[in-house]
Design a protein around this ligand. Structure first.
Ligand code: FAD
Length: 543
């Protein structure tokens, strides 16, 4: 019997035949990407619990130690790493290990604001759980699907909007299955077992001794099955704000001032800044989408900019604190941007409701799309209070020439959305923001691609810039064109001193071409020790 078939039979004996997929809608979705596919899975394995994950890894480890032909496992928690890797493994001959069933939420502590989540726990599931508990504590949410895994995103070091937006900072005490088949825990949890649990577990990220959680993030060194997540206390008052400017050169001043406000803890949240092209992609109702390979004409661009009340740059964030604190911070922000070139708006929930009430009348009288704009604003405000939403998935369909006939915008791969995200990190200074914009605009113009840029002032020192290459995968050589544009951008950014905080499939593939690192050889040695039989799929982050 061929080795692969033999292995599949053994996997089926562990997880059950229906939980090993080699065809069907889900298999097709996981075999497709939002850019030209680099790898194809052998099968999708859906273990029912942690113990089955452990058994499968052991099975692969034993099989690989006895055979020359090696099979690999690639863990996906929800497999929606759209724009970066989607559900692709880093190499062929890999089985996807889909951890959706590890969806148990336990150990919620409503004093300390900690909760234990399995890899399959989704944003929606956690939000509903916290809602049931009265939202005494908030989670952070990304703009991606409500069905995305909280842990999967955190392990890729994704980010969101609230003061808990820098996700990896908020997880600890992992349970991990290593490629060699050993199950370990990190932090203080390493000392616990079934007969003895330590009160110190889950409350102090660093534990004692070497800190190792980081080696299981953006790596192929282990499969994380569970972790503890620190939530944030629901604030007495939360107030979203929007700072806009009509002058494109103001990005410099905008970033410098926001950095200063973040440094002094007046703004505690991540602040997202978008340029006009990005705002157009996010704000336009699909009835106004170009539905063409071509970009918007100058005339349409101007018309939509006016109708949707958009700006050259828009920064959004929120204030979180007591009412008194928020009042003081609000004044401070207003004063900071009081030179006449910026407009600052604070939109409380109450103000939003009032705006919503008057919107139909105002839209009718002014011809502006106030109601549509408020709908988009509502989606953004949800994220600022940690409530996940699918609303943003629509916007990445913006470049399609044909919209999905069933109006289902959650199936990016099926809908042939072309999406590559490139995420350079830069110092949080106006000068660097300006330089990034100039490099990106120049390269994108060369390739005739709209220059959709967002920058998140993630900390008081770093901006994470996200460049969106959006296209329709159905049209001719579009994958190839997007890839060439992407490669050109990566080269230019690296030459100019900017590295990306998270890699997409194309960068994983070309890792050695782009990067020369003093660390990677040592990490490869660690990989060899923890996974001597190459069970966990390689081809990620140089591993
Ligand atoms: C419209 C839109 C908006 C988006 N907004 C955001 C945003 O605001 N912030 C953001 O960060 N991203 C965003 N994304 C990108 C992406 O969709 C999310 O980051 C998403 O959460 C990642 O996919 P996932 O959670 O399904 O992770 P997965 O695909 O499950 O995992 C990603 C990778 O992490 C590793 N991994 C996953 N689980 C494990 C595990 N248990 N053990 C070890 N390694 C593991 C694997 O290498 C895997 O390939 C957005 C995407 C779209 C289309």
């Amino acid at each position: 019997m061929p080795k692969k078939l033999e292995l599949v039979n053994k996997i089926e004996a562990i997880v059950g035949k229906p939980n090993v997929l080699t065809h069907g809608e889900m298999f097709d979705e996981f075999s497709t990407s939002t850019t030209k596919e680099q790898t194809h899975p052998c099968a999708v394995i859906i273990p029912n619990d942690k113990n089955e994950v452990f058994q499968i890894v052991k099975l692969f480890n034993d099989a690989n130690s006895q055979n020359d032909e090696k099979f690999q496992l690639h863990p996906i928690s929800s497999g929606k790493n759209w724009g970066y890797t989607c559900s692709e493994a880093g190499s062929d001959n890999a089985f996807l290990l889909y951890l959706v069933n590890l969806n148990i939420i336990t150990e919620y502590d409503d004093t300390l604001g900690t909760v234990r989540i399995g890899a399959g726990v989704t944003q929606k599931q956690l939000y509903e759980f916290l809602k049931e508990k009265g939202l005494k504590f908030w989670m952070d949410a990304t703009g991606s699907s409500v069905d995305c895994s909280v842990l999967g995103n955190s392990l890729e070091r994704g980010f969101g909007h609230t003061p808990a937006g820098n996700h990896f900072e908020f997880i600890s005490d992992f349970d991990v299955v290593l490629g060699n088949g050993k199950a370990i825990s990190t932090g203080f949890r390493q000392f616990s077992d079934e007969s003895k649990r330590f009160a110190s577990e889950g409350i102090y990220k660093w534990g004692v001794g070497p800190y190792v959680d980081g080696i299981f993030s953006q790596s192929t060194l282990g499969i994380v099955t569970e972790a503890t997540l620190k939530l944030i206390a629901a604030p007495e008052c939360y107030l979203p704000f929007f700072i806009t400017t009509q002058k494109d050169t103001n990005i410099n001043v905008l970033v410098d001032r926001i950095r200063d406000l973040r440094e002094r803890q007046i703004i505690k949240s991540c602040v997202h800044i978008t340029n006009l092209d990005k705002s157009l992609q996010a704000a336009l109702d699909e009835s106004d989408w170009p539905l063409s390979k071509l970009s918007l004409s100058d005339e349409d661009r101007k018309r939509h900019t006016k109708a949707y009340m958009l700006n050259e740059w828009t920064a959004s964030g929120a204030l979180y604190g007591s009412s008194d604190e928020v009042e003081v911070w609000k004044k401070k922000i207003k004063r900071t941007f009081a030179n006449g070139e910026f407009k600052v708006q604070f939109i409380s929930e109450a103000k939003f409701k009032w705006l919503k009430r008057i919107a139909p009348k105002v839209s009718q009288l002014s011809g502006l799309k106030v109601d549509k704009t408020l709908d988009k604003l509502n989606s953004l405000m949800k994220l600022k209070r940690g409530e996940p939403t699918n609303d943003f998935l629509k916007s990445v369909h913006y470049k399609l020439t044909q919209l999905p006939s069933d109006n289902d915008f959650t199936k990016l791969e099926r809908n042939k959305v072309g999406l590559i995200w490139l995420a350079p990190t830069a110092p949080a200074t106006g000068k660097n923001a300006e330089k990034l914009v100039s490099i990106v605009s120049e390269v994108l113009e060369e390739f005739d691609v709209e220059s959709a840029i967002s920058m998140t002032v993630l900390t008081s020192t770093a901006i994470e810039c996200v460049i969106s290459l959006l296209y329709d995968r159905r049209s001719g050589s579009s994958d190839h064109h997007a890839e060439s544009c992407h490669n050109s951008l990566v080269r230019r950014l690296i030459e100019s001193g900017y590295l990306t905080y998270r890699l997409n499939s194309l960068q994983h593939r070309d890792y050695d071409k782009y990067y020369s690192s003093t660390l990677i050889e040592s990490i490869r040695e660690i990989k060899q020790t923890l996974d001597p039989n190459s069970v966990i799929a390689s081809g990620r982050y140089g591993l």
